[in-house]
Design a protein around this ligand. Structure first.
Ligand code: PMP
Ligand code: GLU
Length: 397
């Protein structure tokens, strides 16, 4: 009999992917499901990027490439880091991977020995935990509640650090809360990292451009800790390129070299055509994203207004990304004739069954009082989804 590895058996399926699979199945059965479960822009990849991909094919960029990525792409990423983030990463400090997801897995795999502790502020993006666990690391969760806009402070970080701490992983803007760390807040974390030079911080900035409150701030900007920070980014979100599978890191040389080594054994460089297309994205002025950002801002306002109109629902005011992470604990213990809601998972199942709206339970993101709504959908769809959610919740007593 086939026996799967303990490593695999201990791993949870990605809740975001599981929920979107479930809603796809229901749709294929003819059900009118509205899926707000997956964090995927509903825009198309811009034409100038597709043109660059076509050109790459015509010019036969279809062969194996250097493991960390084509030199010209890494040059463009290096320029992008300077232009947008004032960060100095030479092209040798950049490793391009098959999505930011692989970038994160590479970093964890290169740093973590079994038993090492990895600090993860909660709520967190689902995959951080599983990537850490599969590498033998021990996730140490630090909770920051909705009252604090779900952000941890230097003091919280300091309390969580032990002699076994190797890494900290977080995102800003944050998936699932939309929270954005200000420069002062990052400075609070940087001061603690400075006192703990053996701790590396992985700062996931994939939602960098989807920021409604002004300037994006990078953790690596603090010179004292530059050598302790890995900056992760990618083209999936801002450039609506989820299917092209391209992410990257800017990292201290030692970590960049180690990530190339791992990647050379696991996957090699990512798709040659995606790499050439990504040069066009990296070289473009991010100002061209303003219409998309403004569409996301309007949707955020719309969703927040609708949620604030539902009794018992609490929200923060997300400054970026395209998620809202409402606290729904008011409904725990309530029921209709058929269903009792004990937790956020029950609530998400109830919403899917009662009103055909798919959202993701907060358990998967480390906060069981909340659920995640991805508002990467048209305003019309969002209005209908919010109407359905409000009606479904009004049936619970
Ligand atoms: N980090 C965060 C916070 C994300 O939400 C995602 C979403 N997929 C990723 C990383 C991975 O992105 P990619 O599509 O580049 O693998
Ligand atoms: N990051 C997105 C999300 O959180 C896409 C799904 C995934 O890669 O897990 O929904």
């Amino acid at each position: 009999m086939i026996q799967l590895s303990d490593r695999l058996l201990a791993m949870e399926e990605s809740a975001t992917i599981a929920m979107s699979r479930k809603s796809r199945e229901l749709k294929s059965q003819g059900k009118d499901v509205i899926s707000l479960s997956l964090g995927e822009p509903d825009f198309n990849t811009p034409d100038f990027i597709k043109d660059a991909a076509n050109e790459a094919m015509v010019n036969n960029f279809t062969k194996y490439m250097p493991v960390p990525g084509y030199e010209d792409l890494r040059e463009s990423i290096s320029n992008k880091f300077k232009r947008d983030n004032k960060l100095d990463y030479s092209k040798n400090q950049i490793v391009v991977s098959t999505g930011a997801k692989q970038s994160i897995a590479n970093v964890v795999m290169t740093l973590i020995n079994p038993g090492d502790e990895v600090i993860i502020p909660a709520p967190y993006w689902v995959s951080y935990i599983e990537i850490v666990k599969v590498s033998g690391g021990i996730p140490i969760l630090v909770n920051a509640g909705i009252e604090r806009d779900f952000k941890i402070t230097g003091e919280d970080l300091s309390k969580a650090i032990s002699s076994r701490t190797k890494l900290m992983i977080f995102s800003t803007p944050c998936n699932p809360t939309g929270s954005v760390y200000s420069k002062e807040e990052l400075k609070g974390l940087a001061d603690v990292l400075k006192k703990n030079p053996n701790v590396v911080a992985l700062c996931d900035e994939i939602y960098e451009h989807i920021n409604f409150e002004g300037k994006h701030e990078s953790l690596a900007q603090f010179e004292d800790i530059y050598e302790q920070v890995v900056t992760v980014n990618g083209v999936s979100k801002a450039w609506a390129m989820t299917g092209w599978r391209l992410g990257y890191i800017g990292a201290p040389q030692k970590i960049a070299d180690a990530c190339s080594k791992v990647q050379g054994q696991f996957t090699s460089g990512t798709c040659s055509i995606s790499q050439k297309a990504a040069i066009a994205a990296m070289d473009a002025d991010p100002i061209i994203l303003k219409d998309m950002i403004s569409a996301f801002r309007n949707r955020r306002t719309l969703v927040l207004e609708c949620l604030n109109d539902i009794p018992g629902i609490k929200t923060n005011n997300p400054g970026g990304a395209f998620y809202v992470f409402p606290d729904c604990s008011y409904y725990f213990g309530k029921s209709n004739e058929k269903t009792i809601i004990n937790n956020a998972s029950d609530l998400c199942m109830y919403l899917l069954e009662d009103c055909l709206v798919a959202v993701v339970s907060g358990d998967a993101f480390g906060d069981p009082n909340c659920f995640r709504i991805s508002y990467a959908a048209s305003e019309e769809t969002l209005i209908e989804a919010m109407r359905r959610i409000k009606e479904a919740l009004s049936k619970l007593n």
